[in-house]
Ligand binder design. Structure first.
Ligand code: NAP
Length: 266
């Protein structure tokens, strides 16, 4: 729902409601890192935010509580589900439907890494990464597709990575999953288009979260030196774009892969 503006609006009048008030957004993997920042940002703009997590229960509840307790219309609703488990995702869909009704926006953010050079990579490391990053996105999109298609300005936002475009030493599994999201999101965008709902993919560069904090400092320094802006992304810089894509104003953007990577491709 866009901010309502006064008829004589000259562009300077403040909206009389928060721009995402009345919209329900589900963010997977929202207990920590980028997902936590996305959930908070959507809440700050007035959305009801379903804060999905797998293991970090206390952290997820804290994210939801902060959204609810903050001044404004945002509400937080924590819910546990492993996105790789179809039954758990179905139970999450049913619980959300009972408590909040259909969702308008799905942000498929949950992801993991299991880094190792390909010669040493185990089948378990390959499958776990693909399971969370790609199959998890399938499971959640499948569960909430009808909601998004029927919503007024429904939105799917998938979170990929610069690694999906460039590949990376030790990340064949992760790169395969993340580039898989490009074709997935574009295809869903085409299928959703007749309904007016959109699907877009955000491809962050290296971002300062636990996922990156586990990389040895010498490797982190080398990664930073290859970024024209000379630093990692702040998670809020990813969250701001997702918040824009979740709103009504982004309605003519669909099927895009949008880089937020400090100029890494330049
Ligand atoms: P993170 O700090 O490691 O957080 C990962 C989140 O995903 C946690 O909330 C975790 O929840 C959740 N999660 C993991 N497995 C899950 C599962 N099976 N079911 C449900 N939730 C699950 O990672 P991040 O850096 O914020 O990354 C978020 C997304 O951005 C990922 O898709 C990642 O690939 C992508 N990305 C990250 C970077 C980066 O440099 N950080 C760059 C590009 C793209 P629990 O703790 O509750 O298990």
């Amino acid at each position: 729902m866009t901010a309502r503006r006064h008829e004589e609006d000259d562009g300077l009048t403040l909206p009389d409601r928060q721009p995402l008030a009345g919209r329900t957004c589900l963010v997977t993997g929202a207990s920590r890192g980028i997902g936590r920042h996305i959930a908070s940002e959507l809440g700050r703009y007035g959305a009801t935010v379903v804060v999905n997590y797998r293991s970090s229960e206390a952290a997820a509840h804290a994210v939801a509580d902060r959204i609810t307790e903050a001044e404004g219309e945002g509400l937080g609703y924590p819910i546990r589900a492993d996105v790789t488990d179809l039954d758990e995702v179905a139970a999450m869909r049913d619980a959300v439907a009972d408590a909040l009704g259909p969702i308008d926006v799905l942000v498929a953010n949950a992801g993991v890494t299991r880094d190792r050079r390909f010669a040493e990579m185990s089948a378990e490391e390959w499958h776990r990464t693909i399971d969370v990053c790609l199959h998890g996105t399938f499971n959640c999109t499948k569960a909430f597709y009808d909601d998004i298609e029927r919503a007024d300005h429904g939105r799917l936002v998938t979170i990929s990575s610069v690694v999906g475009k460039q590949g990376n030493v030790g990340q064949a599994n992760y790169a395969a999953a993340k580039s898989g999201l490009f074709g997935f999101t574009r295809s869903i965008a085409l299928e959703l288009a007749p309904s007016g709902s959109t699907a877009n993919c955000v491809a962050p560069g290296f971002t300062d979260t636990e996922m990156v904090q586990t990389i040895p400092e010498d490797v982190r320094a080398e990664i930073r030196s290859n970024v024209p802006l000379g630093r990692f992304a702040d998670p809020d810089e990813i969250a701001g774009l997702v918040r824009y894509l979740a709103g009504e104003e982004s309605g003519y953007i669909t099927g895009e892969v949008i880089d937020v990577n400090g100029g890494t491709d330049l």
